[in-house]
Design a protein around this ligand. Structure first.
Ligand SMILES: N[C@@H](CCC(=O)N[C@@H](CS)C(=O)NCC(=O)O)C(=O)O
Length: 208
């Protein structure tokens, strides 16, 4: 299986899930900062991902899967013993999917593209930061009641995704200081050996 990724982008989430699940991946980096996007092997990424964004997971039979929330569920279901997603058909699975969707629509797409593009203007960016702060306050309160992870005691793919997106706060000027439970969550997840392994494979900085 091959994961097309960009260092520190949302593709870190499936990368972490694969590490946690013990699934070995071939990794191919994509330069998403340049147009057209080209992979490290020199392939035009548009031929792999028509929408031009990572992550893309290519299965051994050549099937290409897109959309991070779907990819992490596929990976988690390949290794059910790792407990990275509750079993399909259960209410817990629906709750877990609600978290994935919350992170995708309320957080991921509020940080990106808005906070990565100063050309959208100060007003748009401060509105995005305000909305993000409201959503992070909700997550912080949830973690206070439910610690240590979004689904309770067990680390799931939803935590990998939340960690990936909230990790962008440092360079998008999102202030995490009002959210002590979320900061503790970031430290807790960032200290997991498999999370560190995924970050190191992407040559990201990890906490000492
Ligand atoms: N809906 C997609 C969005 C993925 C996405 O936003 N990817 C960003 C990196 S975090 C990207 O590759 N952007 C480059 C581009 O859109 O050209 C998903 O959830 O998988």
């Amino acid at each position: 299986m091959k994961l097309y990724y960009a260092p520190g982008a949302c593709s870190l989430s499936p990368h972490i899930v694969a590490e946690e699940a013990g699934i070995s991946l071939d990794l191919e980096r994509v330069d998403i900062l340049k147009l057209p996007h080209v992979t490290e092997a020199g392939v035009d990424f548009a031929s792999i991902s028509p929408r031009g964004y990572v992550p893309v997971l290519v299965l051994d039979d050549g099937t290409a899967l897109t959309e991070g929330t779907a990819i992490v569920q596929c990976l988690a279901d390949l290794a059910p013993e790792a407990g990275l997603a509750p079993l399909s058909g259960t209410l817990d699975r629906t709750r877990f999917q609600a978290w994935l969707n919350f992170v995708a629509t309320e957080l991921h797409k509020a940080y990106s593209p808005w906070l990565f593009h100063p050309e959208v203007g100060e007003q748009a960016q401060s509105y995005a930061r305000e909305k993000i702060a409201e959503r992070l306050a909700f997550v912080d309160a949830h973690l206070r009641a439910k610690r240590p992870y979004l689904m309770g005691e067990r680390f799931t793919a939803a935590d990998a995704y939340l960690f990936t997106i909230v990790g962008w706060s440092a360079f998008t000027n999102v202030d995490l200081s009002p959210f002590p439970n979320l900061r503790a969550f970031m430290d807790r997840v960032g200290a997991r050996p498999k999370v560190r392994a995924a970050m190191q494979a992407e040559r990201m900085k990890t906490a000492a």
